[in-house]
Design a protein around this ligand. Sequence first.
Ligand code: HEC
Length: 255
Amino acid sequence: MKKYLFALIVAVLPVPAMAAGAGVPLDHIEVDLENKASLQRGMATFVNRCLGCHSADYQRYQRAATDLEMPPELVQEYMIFGDQKVGEQMKNAMSKEDAANWFGNPPPDLSLEARLRGPDWIYTYLRSFYQDSSRPWGVNNVVFKDVGMPNVLEDLQGVQVNHCTPEELLHQGKTEIDPLTGDRMSQCLTVVEGTGKQSVEEFDQTIYDLTNFLAYMGEPYRLESERLGTKVLIFLAIFFVFAFALKKEYWKDIH
Ligand code: HEC
């Protein structure tokens, strides 16, 4: 019996998402699905910068509009390119074969990416591209070695260069911001000054918002369940008063 019980407990325990390239320290973020402004900014970045290559087949624009509290007309006007309608899924027109030819690997669907890799991995990945002239797109990535994706946000971040050996790079440690200078404290990767439109903090914020949005896409029902959960608790509290009153009424003649 004990054995079965143990097996049952193990089976229902959540399994933390395993990051590829295990061993590379990841920068930690706290996802905040209540921060609608962040999610809206993240969605804007996603449709502008990612959707051209990656689809999000499980996510409808309409649903995102409701969950992130945006008027569907505005989503239709500013977040949908091409002739898609707000009720459709976030797809793109790139064929898998073309994509595989261009990039080596096709860009995967990102609806469930945050559940697959975890938010920390995505947040670190998107900030870890660095110049590498031996690669087809001129960039490599610390957490995804020899990645087939170009650094599509380089105009915002700037050109990032690596000062470490490959071995050191894998153990570079957390890339925290120095509170005094605002510089990134990692010894390995630095942005060439004047090459990006955003400062390090601004870029980190952009990627935080984007990762937050990807985390939302992985669990769109979570916002809904939290909303529902509150209503159910309120209902139960009110119901309790009536149930209690009724119980008293029933029992009053017996005592
Ligand atoms: C020019 C096309 C292109 C654009 C634009 C693009 N990507 Fe990619 N991305 C790729 C390709 C190709 C891969 C697959 C790389 C590989 O497997 O080597 C990839 C891989 C990824 C992965 C890793 C997937 C995995 O788990 O294996 C993530 C995460 C990702 N992209 C996020 C993004 C985000 C977020 C954006 C928007 C800022 C974006 N990408 C924009 C082409 C693109």
